[in-house]
Design a protein. Structure first.
Length: 199
């Protein structure tokens, strides 16, 4: 079947979209435990970028699992497939000229490395939201830790499933950083990558 699939070559290219948008396109990948603040920081960063005229889109774990990935469980194989699909979606959005912000637990190092390979290292910024599990549990905004401790949720990362922390993330923020400080740390890292174009 694969031999019958031929990539169609469209006339508009990513480069042309970038020129029109007046900024580069790439993926900012947020990883960390549930409740670490990934989505909150990604949302705040998107607001800042939007206010500066940057075309963005946020891919969030819960939102994606309500649609394209609603057929997946939280066992290790499905977790990896979840991230594989996100990598491919992000890659399409990068080609469309967007700055993509993806907020996922993504507990396995091999899966995050796969994302980087799919989108290309030049288009990948890894942000480790390094929040201690005790802080995540104290927040427990979704009530997941309470359910996991009660045995109601199996394979909960940080409880009965592992989280392999990034060894060399491009940016690391912690629960000691405010949302504003976290956004500034990330922004300073990506400002050159944005390569803003002027008229």
């Amino acid at each position: 079947m694969e031999k019958n699939i031929i990539t169609h070559q469209y006339k508009l290219t990513r480069k042309e979209r970038i020129i029109r948008n007046k900024h580069n396109s790439f993926l900012i990948f947020f990883t960390g435990l549930s409740g670490s603040g990934k989505s909150t920081i990604a949302n705040a960063l998107e607001q800042k970028l939007y206010n500066e005229g940057i075309n963005t889109y946020v891919l969030d774990g819960d939102n994606v699992r309500k649609g394209i990935n609603k057929d997946l469980t939280f066992d290790p194989e499905d977790r990896s497939e979840n991230i594989r699909r996100i990598a491919e979606i992000a890659n399409l959005m990068i080609d469309a000229g967007l700055v993509v912000l993806a907020a996922f637990v993504a507990p396995y190092k091999k899966d995050r490395e796969m994302v980087e390979k799919v989108v290309n290292s030049d288009n990948f910024v890894e942000v480790f939201v390094n929040t201690d599990i005790s802080v995540c549990e104290s927040r427990d905004v979704k009530g997941l830790y309470k359910k996991a401790r009660a045995g109601e949720i199996p394979n909960m990362t940080g409880v009965d499933a592992p989280y392999e922390a990034p060894e060399r993330p491009d940016v690391e923020v912690t629960d000691n950083d405010s949302i504003e400080e976290s956004v500034e740390k990330i922004y300073k890292t990506i400002i050159d990558k944005l390569q803003l174009k002027t008229k």
